[in-house]
Design a binder for this molecule. Structure first.
Ligand code: SF4
Length: 334
């Protein structure tokens, strides 16, 4: 059977930062794809490269950062090769983003309704009046009470949860094909978090929007993701559908993340944290980048870097444990 063409295909993406003290390889050979309507979570500790990956897709990596290699195909158009003018047409229209702190992305001097209307006028070529009607409709859709009144409010007069709803209304107003949500609920309290997540999920289903969800919270992943990409030190270390990842995690880092997360259904009494620290990009360990923290490390892991390999259907792992022992470099040392 012919495979469905993905909406987004990231291939061997490399995004580096050129600093005075050297090159920081924040994203180093990342590949994954997203189908139409699919929700893909990218998880990992701070500094693993998940946000830089999403900024690379949005074309928002600023100096001293630069995409140095690889491709990002969006409906077969390579975003790494298109001019900024074309990227601006796509951004906020076909590709939208929700950030962790809406106050930093909402302009404090404009009314919230005007900010939603602006992108409708710019990208959808609606008249001012049509844009206002559509904006109020979107505010209603994201569960804002008295939307016609809120249209004329300034961002600071709304609660954190309401501001995040406004951001979602703004992000979905142009009916994007891809929505990138970067830690969209971290700044909110727990009950509001769940409401916002379900709102994002139900609206994306209604509009058939694909989602990239950037998060460090595996509870959030379990609630809404279809597929999970685990990143460590600028690389993908595991990719699996959400059930496989929770039922049968393979990479020792994925197992560590799950062991340090309160179980969704039963509270674990002794949560274990992953020992050690994420390496800084300037002091990347040789061999497997996780080896200084890995409870299963072998000699080969210290000297040779494993590749991302498909170990089961659509389940990819970067770990020597899943290689044929005979095929390991210096297998005799393991
Ligand atoms: Fe651990 Fe080795 Fe696998 Fe790396 S390759 S995760 S060090 S077992």
């Amino acid at each position: 059977m012919k495979k469905e063409t993905p909406l987004l295909e990231v291939k061997q993406l490399q995004t580096f930062f050129h600093t005075e003290s050297g090159i920081v390889k924040s994203v180093d050979g990342v590949s994954f794809d997203i189908k139409k309507g699919e929700t893909v979570a990218i998880v990992g500790e701070s500094g693993c490269g998940k946000s830089v990956t999403s900024f690379s897709i949005m074309g928002l990596v600023s100096s001293p950062g630069k995409i140095e290699g690889g491709n990002i195909f969006f409906e077969e158009e390579d975003l790494t090769k298109i001019p900024e003018k074309r990227m601006r047409e796509l951004r906020g229209n076909q590709i939208s983003m929700i950030f962790q702190e809406p106050l930093s992305s909402l302009n404090p001097v404009f009314k919230v309704g005007e900010q939603i209307s602006e992108s409708l006028i710019l990208h959808q070529k609606l008249s001012k009046r049509e844009a206002k009607i559509k904006s109020i409709e979107m505010l209603k859709k994201v569960g804002i009470p008295r939307p016609d009144q809120v249209y004329s409010n300034y961002p600071h007069s709304l609660s954190g949860g309401m501001r995040q709803r406004v951001m979602i209304a703004m992000a979905l107003s142009c009916n994007p094909k891809l929505l990138i949500a970067d830690e969209p609920t971290t700044a909110l309290d727990v009950t509001i978090q769940s409401q916002i997540l379900h709102l994002i999920k139900s609206l994306s289903e209604e509009y058939n929007t694909s989602i990239i969800l950037i998060t460090h919270d595996l509870g959030v992943v379990a609630e809404i993701a279809d597929k999970v990409i685990v990143m460590y030190a600028g690389q993908v270390v595991e990719e699996a559908d959400v059930f496989t990842l929770f039922e049968n995690p393979k990479h020792p880092y994925t197992k560590g993340l799950l062991n340090s997360t309160p179980n969704i259904n039963e509270m674990k009494e002794n949560l274990e944290s992953i020992k050690g620290m994420v390496p800084t990009p300037r002091e990347m360990p040789k061999g497997c980048r996780f080896h200084p923290r890995c409870p299963a490390a072998m000699k080969v892991c210290v000297t040779h870097a494993p590749q991302l390999e498909e170990v089961a259907d659509e389940n990819f792992v970067r770990c020597w444990l899943y290689e044929d022992k005979e095929a390991l470099p210096h297998a005799g040392n393991c």
